[in-house]
Design a protein around this ligand. Structure first.
Ligand code: LER
Ligand code: MN
Length: 276
């Protein structure tokens, strides 16, 4: 059975970003949102920290365990949002810093029993390098970081983004073909329904076509609000995920609209309706 998750950002610079809860007041704030997520019926939280150091691993695990909550995944996008780092930077030093930033998050995510996500940190090809060079950089980084994730018994999640956020891979099929051709066996796809709504011909068919590569899903409506607040029909999507045997997390990476509470409640209602 698929599991439910909800996003919590710890990054003040991302306060306008697509996260349901924004815990900008430190650890107590994070733990309060975890408690709220458990009370609402979520199975897991997905955390977006400013850096690896911002995840208080042992205290977080002590908070989650009595709540029967787990960490679904940890985002790495703050390396881009706060420091302008990405994996295709033509400057080797900056690329290495991006890799290190992600590697540190893979380690803390691993300690929490979770995977790390590469979304915004993939970057895009710039005027300084060709598209092929950027893809080589991406492949090298996913190879190294995938091995790091595997050393924790985890996969690494790679997320195709829509055309306004990257020019590397915009569709699931392109990305899955790349993972196969580059033999990136420790990397799985993060299928974000918001990006897919923009880029895919048919969201459900795209999911079926990459079936075994799916590692995680961002459960969002067409307008990046909670599922049910836009015009996506979730039924064929859920049927597609069931047909390929996906048993991972459907995680709400959506705007806190009209309020965090409303987005969270709408999300858990949609998940209970479709996956239970
Ligand atoms: C990250 O999961 C994502 O979807 C990007 O659009 C950054 O917000
Ligand atoms: Mn996403």
């Amino acid at each position: 059975m698929m599991k439910s998750a909800i996003t919590i950002s710890l990054v003040p610079e991302a306060r306008r970003g697509p996260f349901v809860f924004h815990a900008n007041e430190g650890k107590a704030d994070l733990f309060a949102y975890c408690k709220m997520a458990a009370e609402m019926g979520f199975d897991a939280v997905e955390i977006f920290p400013g850096s690896a150091q911002e995840i208080p691993v042992s205290e977080l695990m002590a908070c989650l365990s009595p709540l029967n909550l787990v960490v679904a995944a940890v985002g790495t996008g703050a390396g881009w949002v706060k420091q302008g780092l990405h994996l295709c930077d033509p400057d080797r030093t900056k690329r290495e810093q991006a890799c290190q930033f992600i590697s540190d998050i893979i380690d803390v995510a691993g300690e929490c029993g979770a995977s790390a996500i590469i979304g915004s940190m993939q970057g895009r090809s710039s005027q300084a390098e060709t598209h092929d060079t950027a893809l080589t950089m991406l492949s090298d980084a996913l190879g190294k970081l995938g091995e790091r994730a595997a050393s924790h018994g985890q996969v690494l999640l790679y997320e195709p983004l829509n055309r306004y956020e990257t020019d590397l891979f915009n569709t699931q099929k392109q990305a899955a073909t790349f993972l196969e051709s580059q033999k990136l066996h420790s990397v799985r796809l993060l299928c974000d329904l918001f990006h897919m709504n923009i880029e895919e011909e048919d969201v459900a068919a795209a999911l079926v076509s990459v079936g075994k590569h799916i590692g995680h899903v961002h459960w969002a409506d067409s307008n990046r609000r909670a599922v049910g607040m836009g015009h996506t029909d979730p039924q064929p999507i859920v049927s597609a995920l069931q047909s390929v045997g996906f048993k991972g997390f459907l995680s709400a990476e959506v705007f806190p609209l009209p309020t965090s509470n409303d987005a969270a409640k709408q999300t858990i209602n949609s998940l209970q309706k479709y996956i239970q």
